[in-house]
Design a protein around this ligand. Structure first.
Ligand SMILES: Nc1nc2c(c(=O)[nH]1)N[C@H]1C(S)=C(S)[C@@H](COP(=O)(O)OP(=O)(O)OC[C@H]3O[C@@H](n4cnc5c(=O)[nH]c(N)nc54)[C@H](O)[C@@H]3O)O[C@H]1N2
Ligand SMILES: Nc1nc2c(c(=O)[nH]1)N[C@H]1C(S)=C(S)[C@@H](COP(=O)(O)OP(=O)(O)OC[C@H]3O[C@@H](n4cnc5c(=O)[nH]c(N)nc54)[C@H](O)[C@@H]3O)O[C@H]1N2
Ligand code: SF4
Ligand SMILES: [Mo]
Length: 680
C-alpha cells in the first residue's frame, strides 16, 4: 500500500476548484481544498468535499461488455475493439459516414475530447460529433462569437473582486457554482451592489440590492428595456461605442421600441425596478454573470447577444472589474468546445465550412475533411428515430435522462443497429448499448480540464483504475489503430503537444507550465495566459465589437386556459446532472433523495394540494407523477422540477422546441397543468 497525495481539480462544476487528495490507491483518505490558487483558495462546496467518493463505488464498470440474449457478458478489450471496428466500418460502408454519430463528453479531459472528434472526422469522415454544451451553453458560444469574437467569459474569477456591481441573470449561482456564489456574497457584504434577475426566489436574491422577478422567457425584453432607459438618460459610453464597436444605429432602432411601460408589461417587473437597475448597472463598474436561465430558450442566442450589447453600450467590458461571464456548466464543457467536440466547429472554433481553416487540419491529419456541418445532439436522436443515423458512439453522456423528448430518444436508441457506450458506470443509456466500454475516471487519469474562466488546469491520478478500465483517449487510439491509422500517442502530454500546434488559443501550453495554477487561454508561445479579454480590441476580424439587436418573441410553449402553469426545470445543490455520480454518494443522496415539484403556497391552496402529496404534472407532450413541495421560492403560476431523477424524468414532458441557431432546447418554459394524482 502506497500513500499518495496529489493536487487535482474537482470533477463537478466548471468553477474548477483545486483540491489536494490523499489516497492509498484504492480508497480516498482525504480531500481538502488547495489554498494556493485564485479560484477557491481554501474552500469547497459539498460536492468537492464529499462527491469524490462516487468513483470508489463498487458499481464502477471494470471490463468491456457485450449484449447477448442472456444479458451483458464481460469480454476482452481485444474482442470489444473488434466488434466496435467491425460494426462502425460496416455501417459506414453500407450507409455512408453520416449514418454514424459520436457524442463526446464535458466530463472528460481535453485530450479525450480532442481524440474523439479526431476519430469521428479523420477516421470515420463525419462531422456528426457533439456534446452536452448543446443542451446548455451553445447559445453563449454563438452569441459571444458574433458580438465579441470569442465564445467565452471575458474575465477571470479573481477579477470579480474588482467589480462594483454584479448583475446575476438566470443562474442559481449559490446552488450551482457555490464557490462563485460565496465569493459574490462576501463582496456584497463589503458594500458591492447586486442585481438579480430570476423568476424564483433563489438564495442569492436575499442579498440583492434589487431582485427583478421577471416572467420566464422575457429576458430579451428586459435587457432591451434596460438599454432603452440607459440611452434615454444619456448614461451610455459614447467614446467606447465610437472607437470599439459597430452597428450601434441598428441597435438604437430596435431598443427604441422597449420603453419602460412596454418592458414592464412583457416582463411583469415593476417599471421603477427596471429603471433603478438600468441606472445602477450603467453607472457602476459592472459584470454580468449568467447561465441557463438565459440560454435554455428558443431565443437563447439573441438573449446572450443582448447581454453583450448592454456591456458594450456602457463600456463594461475589456477593463478590470467589468465583463460578460457566462458561467459554464460541466467541469470541462469549455474545453470540450475548444477541442472541437461540436458538430459545426473544428478545434479552436474553426467553422467546418471554412475552407482555409479546414486546410490546416487536413494537412496535419493527412485526410480530406467533411465540409458540411454535422448533426447537433437533438438532431442526432431525431435522425436515428427516422432511421437515418444507424450507429452511435457515446462517451460520458446520459441522454436517456438529460436530453429533451425522452420518448424519441429511447425509441431512437432502440432502432440503432449499433450503439457503443463508454462510461464509468452502467447508466440508463448504457442499458441500450450493444457494447459497453469501461473508462478511467478523472481520479485515475492524467489530463487537462478548462474551467469557466478559460483556465486550463492539470488533473492528476490518485487511484488505481478499477479492473481493466482504460483512459478514454487510449480506447480511441485502439480503435483508430485497428482502423489502420497510425496513432502513436504515448501519453496525454503527446496529445496536448498536437493540440498546442493546431489550436491557437492553446499555443504555448505544456504540462510543465500548467503544473502550478494552470493558465487562462489565449496562451502565447511562452505559455503566458490572458486574464481579461478585449482590453485593446475585440477578437472579431475587424477588431470591433458588434451590436446584434433582436426583438423579443414569446417562448415556444406558453400557458393558456388548459395548461395555465409555466414549468421551469434545472438543478439543485446536492445532486449533479443525471446523478450517475452524486446519487452514489451517501451524504448527497441523504440530503436530496427524491424528485419533487415546487409549487407556490397559494397555488397549492387553491388546488387543494398538500405538501408531500403525489400529483400529476401534464404538458402537451406527456405527464409525470411526482410529489409536491410547497415553497414560496416559486411565484404563483410557476412550477419547478429538478432534472436529476430517473424516477421522474422531467424531460418526458418538456417542450421539444430548440433555438434555431444554437439548437439548444427550451428547457426553461413548458406550459403545464397540475392535478392531484388519482389513485385507482
Ligand atoms: N449542484 C449542481 N451544480 C451544478 C449542476 C448540477 O446539476 N447540480 N450542473 C452544472 C451544469 S452542467 C450547469 S449547465 C450549471 C447550471 O447552472 P444554472 O444555470 O445556475 O442552473 P439552473 O438550475 O438551470 O438555474 C437557472 C436559473 O435560472 C432561473 N430561470 C429560469 N427561467 C428563467 C428565465 O426565463 N429568465 C431568467 N432570468 N432566469 C430564469 C431559474 O430560476 C434558476 O435560478 O450548473 C452546474 N453546476
Ligand atoms: N430538463 C432539463 N434537462 C437538462 C437540463 C436542464 O436544466 N433541464 N440541463 C442540461 C445540461 S446543462 C446538461 S450539461 C446536461 C447534462 O447531461 P449529461 O451530460 O448527459 O449528464 P451527466 O450526468 O453529467 O453525464 C455524464 C456521464 O459521464 C460519465 N462520466 C463521468 N466521468 C467520466 C469519464 O471520465 N469518462 C467517461 N467515459 N465517462 C464519464 C458519468 O458517469 C455520466 O454517465 O443535461 C441537460 N438536461
Ligand atoms: S464549486 Fe464546483 S468545482 Fe468547486 S467544489 Fe463545488 S462542484 Fe466542485
Ligand atoms: Mo450544463
Amino acid at each position: 500500500m502506497q500513500i499518495r497525495t496529489v493536487r487535482t481539480v474537482c470533477p463537478y462544476c466548471a468553477v474548477g476548484c483545486n483540491v489536494i487528495v490523499t489516497s492509498d490507491g484504492k480508497r480516498i483518505i482525504s480531500v481538502v481544498p488547495s489554498k494556493r490558487n485564485d479560484i477557491n483558495y481554501g474552500s469547497l462546496c459539498i460536492k468537492g468535499w464529499k462527491g469524490f467518493d462516487a468513483v470508489t463505488s463498487k458499481e464502477r464498470l471494470k471490463n468491456p461488455m457485450k449484449r447477448t440474449e442472456r444479458g451483458f457478458v464481460e469480454i476482452s478489450w481485444e474482442e470489444a475493439v473488434d466488434i466496435v471496428v467491425k460494426n462502425l466500418s460496416e455501417i459506414k460502408r453500407k450507409y455512408g459516414p453520416d449514418a454514424l454519430a459520436f457524442i463526446a463528453s464535458a466530463r472528460c479531459t481535453n485530450e479525450d475530447n480532442y481524440l474523439m472528434q479526431k476519430l469521428a472526422r479523420q477516421v470515420f469522415g463525419t462531422n456528426n460529433i457533439d456534446h452536452c454544451a448543446r443542451l446548455c451553453h451553445s447559445p453563449s458560444v454563438e452569441g459571444l462569437i458574433s458580438t465579441f469574437g470569442r465564445g467565452a467569459a471575458t474575465t477571470s474569477i479573481a477579477d470579480l473582486d474588482n467589480a462594483e456591481l454584479y448583475f446575476i441573470i438566470g443562474t442559481n449561482i449559490t446552488e450551482h457554482y457555490p464557490i462563485l456564489g460565496a465569493r459574490i456574497i462576501n463582496n456584497v457584504m463589503k458594500g458591492k451592489k447586486l442585481i438579480v434577475a430570476d423568476p424564483r426566489n433563489i438564495h442569492i436574491a436575499k442579498f440583492a440590492t434589487l431582485h427583478l422577478r421577471l416572467l420566464p422567457g422575457t429576458d430579451l425584453a428586459l435587457l432591451n428595456t434596460m438599454a432603452n432607459v440607459i440611452v434615454k438618460k444619456g448614461l451610455y459610453d459614447k467614446k467606447f461605442i465610437e472607437e470599439r464597436t459597430e452597428n450601434f444605429d441598428e441597435y438604437l432602432k430596435v431598443i427604441e421600441y422597449y420603453d419602460l411601460e412596454r418592458g414592464s408589461k412583457i416582463t411583469g417587473v415593476d417599471p421603477e425596478l427596471i429603471e433603478k437597475a438600468s441606472v445602477l448597472y450603467a453607472t457602476s463598474r459592472s459584470v454580468i454573470l449568467y447561465s441557463l436561465g438565459v440560454t435554455q430558450h428558443v431565443q437563447g442566442v439573441q438573449t446572450v447577444q443582448a447581454i453583450a450589447n448592454l456591456a458594450m453600450l456602457t463600456g463594461n467590458v475589456g477593463k478590470p472589474g467589468t465583463g460578460v461571464f457566462p458561467i459554464r456548466g460541466q467541469n470541462n464543457v469549455q474545453g470540450a468546445g475548444d477541442m472541437g467536440a461540436l458538430c459545426d466547429f473544428l478545434p479552436g472554433y474553426v467553422r467546418v465550412d471554412d475552407e482555409n481553416g479546414r486546410r490546416k487540419f487536413e494537412e496535419a491529419w493527412n485526410c480530406k475533411l467533411p465540409s458540411k456541418p454535422g448533426l447537433s445532439l437533438p438532431e442526432m436522436f431525431w435522425e436515428a428515430y427516422k432511421g437515418n443515423v444507424k450507429a452511435m458512439y457515446i462517451m460520458g453522456e446520459n441522454p436517456v435522462i438529460s436530453e429533451s423528448e425522452l420518448g424519441i430518444v429511447e425509441e431512437a436508441l432502440k432502432k440503432l443497429e449499433f450503439l457503443v457506450v463508454q462510461d464509468i458506470f452502467m447508466t440508463e443509456t448504457a442499458e441500450f448499448a450493444h457494447v459497453v466500454l469501461p473508462a478511467k475516471s478523472f481520479a485515475e487519469k492524467l489530463g487537462t480540464f478548462t474551467n469557466t474562466e478559460r483556465r486550463i488546469q492539470l488533473i492528476r491520478p490518485f487511484l488505481d483504475p478499477p479492473g481493466n478500465a482504460l483512459d478514454d483517449w487510449k480506447i480511441f487510439q485502439l480503435i483508430a489503430r485497428k482502423m489502420g491509422y497510425d496513432w502513436n500517442y504515448n501519453s496525454p502530454e503527446d496529445i496536448m503537444a498536437e493540440i498546442s500546434k493546431l489550436v491557437p488559443q492553446y499555443k504555448g501550453v505544456t504540462y510543465d507550465c500548467l503544473s502550478e495554477n494552470g493558465v487562462q487561454w489565449p496562451v502565447n508561445e511562452s505559455c503566458k495566459g490572458t486574464e481579461i479579454l478585449y482590453t485593446e480590441k475585440f477578437a472579431r476580424s475587424n477588431g470591433k465589437g458588434r451590436f446584434m439587436p433582436a426583438h423579443w418573441e414569446r417562448p415556444s410553449d406558453f400557458p393558456d386556459e388548459e395548461y395555465p402553469f409555466i414549468l421551469t426545470t434545472g438543478g439543485i445543490y446536492y445532486q449533479y446532472t443525471t446523478g450517475t455520480m452524486t446519487r452514489k454518494v451517501h451524504i448527497l443522496e441523504r440530503e436530496a433523495p427524491s424528485p419533487f415539484v415546487e409549487i407556490n403556497p397559494e397555488d397549492a391552496k387553491s388546488l387543494g394540494i398538500r405538501d408531500g402529496e403525489l400529483v400529476t404534472v401534464k404538458s402537451r407532450y406527456g405527464e409525470l407523477d411526482v410529489r409536491a413541495r410547497i415553497s414560496d421560492s416559486v411565484p404563483r403560476g410557476i412550477l419547478f422540477i429538478p432534472f436529476h431523477y430517473r424516477e421522474a424524468p422531467v424531460n418526458r414532458i418538456v417542450n421539444p422546441h430548440i433555438d434555431p441557431k444554437a439548437r439548444t432546447p427550451e428547457f426553461k418554459v413548458t406550459a403545464v397543468k397540475i392535478v392531484k394524482k388519482v389513485i385507482q
